[in-house]
Design a protein around this ligand. Structure first.
Ligand code: ADP
Ligand code: NI
Length: 219
């Protein structure tokens, strides 16, 4: 990367940190920062463009629609304005905006949209942050933020068939493991991403096993 590109990455990190200073704990600057780190690692192995990957990772949740009345144009718009102000090449801006528009799990119900190596890398890094010890913490934090129950044996997990269905769910937090998190390991795109996802998946399975045993007073 050029010195100018490195400077742009640094400015983007500062901008994201400020913008997400009041965000919910699972979608805050530290989520962006972890995705940035993991994406940078995966980019090297996948031969993806490091500049596009790092900008995409940093900006991917700059204005998540679920915290902005469902407005899915806000995040891509903020990212585009910011990058244009930094004088970033228009081709790079377009690619980063496409990554932000296409990364979301909820949009996967509508079939594959834009595809690129860089989207695969940022997407895998984002999915990995939904898994493992951090994934568990984020999920219960989100459930608490929304006021969901931890678990309710009378409300079984649903197989969501559409984006609308998925978005309006207010089911107990434990159901989210079956409705989304346990599906992620089979959606990984990169080699290292798959390997890490499998280990994090096993950790979550063990955790949920213990949770359900404790629920029944058995362990
Ligand atoms: P995307 O933005 O890719 O559509 P989400 O925002 O739905 O994905 O998920 C990001 C993280 O937020 C999840 O991995 C999970 O930790 C948390 N989360 C989202 N929806 C729920 C939910 N209904 N219950 C509990 N946690 C959730
Ligand atoms: Ni994210």
């Amino acid at each position: 990367m050029t010195a100018k590109e490195i400077e742009t990455i640094e400015k983007t990190a500062v901008f994201v940190r400020q913008s997400l200073s009041k965000a919910e704990g699972g979608h805050d600057w530290w989520h962006a920062c972890r995705v940035w780190k993991t994406a940078t690692r995966l980019a090297g192995e996948e031969n993806a463009d490091p500049f596009v990957v790092q900008l995409g990772a940093l900006l991917h949740d700059i204005a998540d629609a679920k915290f902005h009345d469902g407005d899915e144009t806000l995040g891509p718009g903020i990212a585009r304005d910011f990058l244009q102000k930094q004088g970033v090449d228009e081709k790079v801006v377009d690619h980063v905006v496409k990554i932000i528009k296409n990364i979301s799990f909820k949009n996967s119900f509508e079939g594959p949209g834009f595809q690129s190596k860089e989207l695969d890398v940022v997407g895998d890094a984002d999915r990995l942050d939904a898994l493992g010890a951090i994934g568990i913490a984020r999920t219960f934090n989100y459930g608490g933020h929304k006021g969901f129950a931890l678990y309710d044996p009378d409300i079984p997990p649903q197989k969501h068939r559409s984006k609308e269905d998925y978005k309006k769910s207010s089911a107990p937090t434990l159901n989210h493991f079956y409705e989304k998190l346990f599906l992620l390991k089979d959606r990984m795109k990169t080699r290292t991403g798959k390997k890490l996802a499998e280990a994090r998946h096993r950790f979550m399975e063990a955790y949920i096993g213990q949770f359900l045993e404790e629920w029944e007073g058995r362990k």
